[in-house]
Design a protein around this ligand. Structure first.
Ligand code: GAP
Length: 512
């Protein structure tokens, strides 16, 4: 199966098993808006808990808040979103479809990278153990040709991006022969700027109504509460404020499922520090955040840093943590050194003094900020796309299994009586009643045991617990492991401790 096919299958799987549904589906859906079903919400909550506890419990100097989606409209002027939160859009005149010009170019570059990777993989297969990748890349004519093409387009793109030269974006698209996937033509309009914020009005009369925005990031809710938290929490620099919440962006290119949505959730943390210490803290947070990701056990090779070549005017360092999604390495989290831009501007626009008094030096100053910002939905997609596997079993059977990290799995254990009679359901129900305070469990007595195992594999349940006739005698149950499919006989009295060892979020947190 190609990665593209795998992605389609994954989207269908998410719907079939109650993870993610298209929003408003009975009205034919709403573009780039998705609802989480009964499994999806559990997975999402576990991810949020892993992040929240890693931030607020493992760091004594980080506290959390929950600010509102609606905020004073001047906030978005101060933050620069009214003036500059734009994407470069381009229309195809034949299909009338709209695209992001930068994304068209990045996708083109991504395809060249894929071609190079395929050549390298072919070389590795051909030469086996004696394969020298560096030498192959430096000498293979196909790789050299593609690399030269990549380097040329990439250099033009970076220059155009730095100069915000939109005419050059269009020229790159035309020179590279990038066509609209719908019409197949290169008949493009000029590139224009498009503001991504959704607006609405607040107030009961049209005269008195104010235009307000749905927040495009949660970060500003943290900045405008800086003084409140610092004073009421008696916080001393360095300290952080964390928040999880919804954000809204009128994305031009809404595709790739929950990767780019118009309503999504962010987990953001602003770390306030003394000016001059920002590059040291930036490095520190880069390492900490990468460790948080890798700790999930989805393979360190599936993550990489992508340092920004073009820095926003307020940033003096920025990087993305990228994950290998089925459609290539893409941004999962951003880490930015934002200087005193946000607090300084809120001080200017609100007229309120937003400063930190350092008792050691007797000085007052506007703190600098390191921001870590990760999408909940993109993390869900990373977990699901890595977890989805179609396995061929001995005897020719196949199974679909989601090998979700156990601490994040929506259901931790399924309890199943072998048959629906002879007192087995009652024992299974007692086990459920005992486990349900510690873990999200499912009771299932329908269909053959094999079918029940398959259903649990498909939602990523780490353990299936079967109650059989022997259980009535020996008070033991059969526990089947999702990943190895091995079965073990375990005393009922030991079940809770056994499950806990593998699925407890604290075990994951302790490894950080
Ligand atoms: N406060 C900084 C900020 O918002 P960002 O890079 O625009 O930075 C941070 O967004 C993270 O939010 C991204 O790395 C991504 O995980 C997530 N994100 C951004 N736009 C998104 C969208 N349209 N759909 C889903 N997730 C999104």
């Amino acid at each position: 199966m190609t990665q593209e096919e795998l992605f389609k299958v994954l989207v269908a799987h998410c719907k079939e098993y109650g993870f993610i549904f298209p929003s408003s589906e009975i009205y034919d859906g709403l573009a780039a808006v998705y609802d989480y079903g009964q499994m999806g919400v559990e997975l999402k909550n576990n991810i949020k808990q892993y992040w929240w506890n890693a931030m607020t419990r493992l760091n004594e100097n980080i506290v959390g808040i929950d600010s509102c989606i609606f905020m004073h409209p001047r906030i978005w002027e101060a933050s620069g979103h009214v003036g500059a939160f734009n994407d470069p859009l381009i229309d195809n005149k034949d299909s009338k479809k709209r695209y992001r010009a930068d994304v068209l170019i990045e996708d083109y570059l991504g395809k060249i990278e894929e071609k190079i990777a395929k050549e390298v993989a072919k070389g590795r297969k051909r030469f086996g153990d004696s394969f020298d990748e560096a030498q192959f890349r430096a000498t293979n004519p196909n790789v050299l040709r593609e690399q030269a093409k990549y380097d040329e387009v990439h250099a033009r793109y970076v220059k155009a991006e730095q100069a915000s030269d939109f005419a050059e974006y269009r020229q790159i698209i035309i020179d590279c022969g990038i066509v609209c996937p719908i019409s197949g033509t290169c008949n493009w309009t000029d590139v224009r700027q498009f503001n991504l914020m959704f607006s609405t009005s607040m107030g009961s009369t049209s005269e008195g109504a104010n235009t307000i925005y749905l927040r495009p990031e949660t970060a500003q809710g943290i900045f405008v509460n800086y003084l409140n938290v610092q004073k009421t929490g008696r916080m001393k620099l360095p300290f952080g404020i964390a928040q999880i919440g919804k954000a809204f962006r009128n994305e031009i290119v809404a595709r790739q499922f929950i990767f780019r949505m118009r309503e999504f959730e962010q987990m953001e943390m602003q770390f306030f520090i003394k000016p001059g210490t920002e590059l040291e803290w930036f490095k520190n947070w880069k390492e900490k955040r990468m460790a948080w990701h890798v700790n999930l056990g989805m393979g360190a090779e599936n993550y990489r840093f992508h340092d920004h070549e073009k820095l926003a005017h307020y940033a003096n360092a920025a990087t993305d943590i990228e994950f290998q999604f089925p459609f290539g390495f893409k941004e999962l989290e951003g880490i930015h050194s934002r200087t005193d831009f946000d607090l300084g501007n809120h001080q200017k626009f609100s007229g309120k003094k937003i400063q930190y008094f350092d008792p050691e030096t007797g000085e007052s100053f506007v703190p600098y900020v390191i921001e870590t910002s990760i999408g909940v939905d993109r993390t869900v997609l990373a977990v699901l796309s890595h977890a989805y596997k179609e396995e061929r079993l001995e005897g020719g059977d196949t199974r679909v299994v989601l090998s979700i990290p156990p601490a994040l799995a929506p259901v931790k254990a399924a309890v199943m009586p072998l048959v629906k009679k002879d007192g087995l359901p009652e024992v299974a129900q007692q086990i459920m009643d005992d486990l349900k305070y510690d873990f999200n469990c499912q009771y299932d007595e329908k269909d053959s045991i094999g079918k029940r195992y398959r259903r649990q594999d498909a939602i990523g349940t780490p353990y299936c617990i079967t109650v059989d006739h022997d259980t009535l005698e020996d008070r033991c149950v059969t526990v089947r492991d999702r990943d190895t499919m091995t079965q073990e006989r375990i005393p009922i009295a030991e079940l809770r401790a056994m499950i806990d060892r593998r699925v407890n979020l604290n075990t994951l947190l302790r490894n950080l």
